[in-house]
Write a protein that binds this ligand. Structure first.
Ligand code: DAR
Length: 364
């Protein structure tokens, strides 16, 4: 497709899909100022939003330095999503010290003492392309590298477990039945080749090669290998004590960080991730709450989404991205901001936001 045709197509997408941030901020003058090679690279980054007009972000980075290399195009999109004005310098700081804040939901209300909580960070090795640009060989090579780190983690009494691969022929390969069972248990990620956004971006390429999951013995510490990012490192607990869960993740992340190549970071955007929505802390902290009053029995999320947005929270069904609420009003809530906020600020927003939504729920 000629440059003018691409530019015209993206302009059409933006008119019809104002929520597509890539199309909204596509900078035709900047694009045409690039040499052919850089134009092709930028179009690959923007391909998902060009071929999936209903995208919200519409772009995925292909290499760790893409965000800095293509900042004139990507920075406005990033700022729009993360709510950072153009005149404010982006500064990503980190704070994992959970000792100061007591964030135990059970202390708010006994009915919140056993909520399902999950916190994950996305990390990518600086020594590989990002998943959208990996070859099959690179995906398998990275999985082997991660497996060697897991061999050390298995020896740790606090994090010991097993690595489960879905790479055909892997020494850790699990059966199709076990894979299905782990997906059903909300531990393992689903078949990525069914996701049109990830397919166009190349992130689901060579499925299922180079994919797997580390799971600790008590199944509260998991590491996805080869999903949207090289690694998704997560802690999950039922309870209400966010501090304990964060501490579990913080220590596990520190151990893995010493066993793997350096993680990809940007001087401006912090932790580098495939999707610009995950930049910065690269962290998604979430919990599931039953809010039947605020969701009209799970039939209408619009009011809750507005209340949550006012609290800096996003709402989705408990079944993951693009899922609906349960009939009992079960929803997944999580702080939206991940860039320019620290890990502790994300935790505090989750706790404060959950407390505020619960107060609204029970006063109905
Ligand atoms: N389909 C992509 C998703 C963006 C946010 N979710 C992620 N990264 N899992 C879009 O641009 O709509």
């Amino acid at each position: 497709m000629k440059n003018q045709d691409v530019i015209a197509r993206i302009a059409e997408i933006s008119k019809a899909n104002p929520g597509n941030l890539m199309a909204r901020h596509f900078n035709a003058d900047y694009f045409t100022s690039l040499n052919d090679a850089d134009q092709q690279q930028l179009l690959k980054i923007c391909a998902s939003g060009t071929q999936n007009p209903d995208s919200s972000m519409g772009a995925y980075a292909m290499n760790p330095n893409d965000y800095d290399r293509f900042a004139p195009q990507l920075d406005p999109m990033i700022r729009d999503f993360h709510g950072i004005n153009a005149d404010i310098p982006i500064k990503q700081e980190h704070d994992w010290d959970t000792s100061r804040n007591i964030c135990d939901l059970g202390a708010i209300d006994a009915r919140l003492k056993d909520v399902s909580m999950r916190v994950r960070v996305a990390r990518n090795a600086s020594t590989f392309p990002l998943p959208g640009a990996m070859s099959k060989q690179q995906r398998v090579e990275f999985e082997i590298l991660a497996s060697s780190a897991f061999d050390e983690l298995i020896k740790n009494p606090e994090y010991g477990g097993q690595y489960l691969s879905i790479t055909p022929g892997s020494p850790n390969e699990i059966s199709a039945d076990e894979y299905a069972s782990r997906v059903g248990a909300h531990q393992m990620f689903k078949d990525m080749s069914a996701d049109p956004y990830l397919n166009v971006a190349g992130i689901s390429g060579d499925w299922p090669y180079g994919r797997g999951m580390y799971v600790s013995k008590d199944e509260d510490f998991l590491v996805w290998v080869g999903e949207e990012d090289h690694l998704r490192i997560m802690a999950m607990q039922s309870g209400g004590n966010l501090n304990a869960m964060f501490a579990r993740l913080a220590t596990g992340l520190e151990i893995l960080g010493q066993l793997l190549p350096p993680f990809a970071t940007s001087p401006t955007y912090g932790n580098v991730t495939s999707c610009p929505t995950n930049l910065g802390a690269g962290m998604r902290a979430s919990l599931h709450m039953k809010l039947p009053n605020l969701t009209s029995g799970g039939t209408d999320l619009s009011q809750l989404k507005q209340e949550a947005k006012n609290l800096g929270l996003a709402v989705r069904g408990a079944g993951g991205e693009h899922s609906d609420a349960g009939s009992d009003g079960l929803v997944d809530i999580s702080p939206s901001a991940r860039l320019g906020v620290t890990e502790m600020q994300i935790m505090q927003r989750l706790y404060d936001g959950a407390a505020a939504l619960w107060a609204l729920e029970i006063e109905r």
